[in-house]
Design a protein. Structure first.
Length: 209
C-alpha cells in the first residue's frame, strides 16, 4: 500500500494524496532529482493493475502518457516520466509537471464571480490551447473540457490538465468503445463513441455558461 513519504523509483517522494480512488491514485510528490526547488514538485498518477481496473482503464492511462510526452505547450503540464512498480499490486506510474493554482471549479465553489473581461480571457486562453492541440497531426482531442480540469495559475492564465480522456483524431475517425467524458460538458455523440475537435469546443461552451 502506498503511503506518504514513500519514495518511488528512488526518486519520487509521495507527499499528499489527491482524491480517494484507491486503484487510480494521484499524488503531489517531490522529485528528488530535480535541479531546483521550483521544478521539484510533481504530480504522480498511479494506476493499479487488477481488481476493478479494466483493460480500457489501462489503455487510457498509457495513451495519456504517450500523448503528454509529445506535447509542448506552456499551459499544458510537461511529461516527466513513466514507470511500473510491483508493490503487492502492479502499479503503472505517470509523472508530470505540477501546476500551482486553483481549478475553475474550486473558484466557483468558493463563490468567485468572474467579470465579463475575465471570462473572455479564460475563453481565449482555452481556445489558444485547443488551437494547438487540434492543429497537431493527427489532431489531439482532450474530450473532457470542464471547470475541474482548468487551472487558474498564479500568473492568472488558464492551464489545461488531466489528459486521461485524450485521443488522437486518427483513432477517433471511427467509433471507439472507450466511452469517456463528463455529462453536462460532453456532446451526446461523444457518449456514442465519436469525438471531433468540435467536442472540445462544446465542453468549452458548457464551461463558460
Amino acid at each position: 500500500m502506498l503511503q506518504p513519504e514513500q519514495v518511488l523509483q528512488n526518486r519520487y517522494q509521495l507527499k499528499q494524496k489527491l482524491g480517494n480512488n484507491p486503484m487510480h491514485q494521484t499524488w503531489l510528490a517531490i522529485d528528488k532529482a530535480a535541479k531546483d526547488a521550483e521544478s521539484s514538485q510533481v504530480i504522480v498518477k498511479l494506476l493499479a493493475c487488477g481488481g476493478n481496473v479494466q483493460w480500457d482503464d489501462l489503455k487510457l492511462f498509457e495513451r495519456e502518457a504517450q500523448v503528454l510526452r509529445q506535447l509542448n505547450h506552456p499551459r499544458i503540464p510537461q511529461y516527466r516520466d513513466y514507470f511500473s512498480i510491483d508493490d503487492q499490486l502492479l502499479w503503472f506510474g505517470l509523472v508530470e509537471e505540477f501546476i500551482p493554482g486553483t481549478s475553475l471549479k474550486e473558484e466557483l465553489t468558493q463563490g468567485t464571480r468572474f467579470t465579463e473581461a475575465k471570462v473572455r480571457q479564460i475563453a481565449e486562453d482555452i481556445l489558444e490551447i485547443l488551437v494547438y492541440l487540434h492543429g497537431l497531426n493527427p489532431s489531439v482531442l482532450h474530450r473532457d473540457i470542464k471547470p475541474s480540469n482548468l487551472i487558474l495559475g498564479k500568473d492568472e492564465r488558464v492551464y489545461l490538465v488531466d489528459f486521461g480522456a485524450v485521443q488522437d483524431r486518427a483513432a477517433a475517425e471511427g467509433a471507439t468503445f472507450t466511452v469517456v467524458g463528463t455529462y453536462g460538458y460532453a456532446p451526446l455523440e461523444q457518449f456514442g463513441g465519436r469525438a471531433t475537435p468540435a467536442s472540445d469546443l462544446y465542453g468549452l461552451g458548457a464551461t463558460l455558461i
